[in-house]
Design a protein around this ligand. Structure first.
Ligand code: NAD
Length: 298
């Protein structure tokens, strides 16, 4: 029998992920603070509720929210969803949070006899839409096995990173690297362009050379080079720079606690701090190119 799934957080990532579950035939109830996107999903066949507590009869709860604090506010506390769920429910948090948040949530869940996995994703909106996301999962093996078919409806690579929190640790390491790669790629393109090179020619050269990377392959920050990249649509509808900054802050906190030196990650954090102080933090993180070209995109 297909499990009843509830999905909370239908933003840039959550909406296409929920749409893929519907396409695969799962019975879905959705909730978001923004009623517009809720009606968009309802038009695709989802049921909707006025408050998360009305989703308490679901077998599986998926959350895709901006931050750990928001996940905690939805799940914990007096009005929190955890207390309302029946024993045996599985909660899959796909948001990017601190590993500490994931561990705390798993503990609180366990005290209500609820299983909880951290399952942050990688692959961006393109991956969420195509159903090719990577899921980086932390939690018990049996819970991982239970979640796997559902995650496979939204993703391609489903990794079991380790115990609770391990998915978030893997995600933070990956995104620290991505923040460095994006800012360094923008820096290299800007240096070439300011020296008379055509940005597309330079990008093609670097993509096929030893500087090649994920950003150059599918997420070029320079407008007009890639049709499907956020740079082609005014840096809207992507991975917001304020969320990249959140991840770089999480990486810094993790490095501090370890302790471990992360000078490249710290430099990327500095650049995203500067970018979000000067520009609209809702712009996609590839808009960091504007810092190097002295452009104002907003
Ligand atoms: P988003 O801001 O577009 O979406 C978040 C959604 O949560 C919004 O629709 C918002 O209305 C909703 N929301 C906020 N508070 C709520 C609450 N209390 N109850 C119900 N709904 C609430 O963000 P996004 O880009 O979809 O990112 C979601 C998560 O995924 C973040 O943790 C982000 O770091 C991570 N992530 C994003 C990308 C990306 O490319 N955008 C990639 C990987 C991971």
């Amino acid at each position: 029998k297909q499990p009843k799934i509830a999905f909370i957080g239908l933003g840039n990532m959550g909406a296409p992920m929920a749409a893929n579950l519907l396409k695969k035939g799962y019975k879905l109830t959705v909730f978001d603070l923004n009623p517009e996107i809720v009606s968009h999903l309802a038009a695709q066949g989802a049921a909707s509720v006025a408050h998360p507590l009305e989703m308490a009869d679901a077998d599986i709860i998926i959350t895709m929210l901006p931050s750990g604090n928001i996940v905690k506010s939805v799940l914990l506390g007096e009005q929190g969803l955890l207390r309302a769920l029946s024993a045996g429910t599985l909660v899959i948090d796909c948001s990017t949070t601190a590993a500490e948040d994931a561990k705390l949530l798993a503990q609180e869940a366990a005290s209500c006899r609820i299983a909880l996995l951290d399952a942050p994703v990688s692959g961006g909106i393109a991956g969420a839409t195509a159903g090719t996301l990577s899921f980086l999962v932390g939690g018990a093996q049996a819970d991982f096995e239970r979640a796997k078919p559902i995650l496979e409806a939204m993703g391609k690579n489903i990794f079991h990173a380790g115990g609770n929190g391990a998915g978030q640790t893997a995600k933070i390491c990956n995104n620290m690297l991505l923040g460095v790669l994006m800012s360094a790629t923008a820096e290299a393109i800007a240096l070439g362009v300011k020296n008379g090179l055509d940005p597309k020619t330079l990008s093609d050269i670097m993509a096929a050379s030893s500087g090649g990377n994920w950003v150059l392959n599918g997420y070029n920050p320079y407008p007009g080079i890639m049709e499907n990249a956020p740079a082609a649509r005014g840096y809207r509808g992507g991975f917001m720079s304020k969320l990249m900054l959140k991840d770089l802050e999480l990486a810094h906190e993790l490095a501090d606690q370890t302790p471990c030196d992360t000078p490249m990650g710290d430099q990327a954090r500095e650049l995203y701090r500067r970018f979000t102080a000067q520009h609209d933090g809702d712009l996609d993180f590839s808009a960091i190119l504007g810092l190097y070209l002295d452009e104002v995109w907003d």
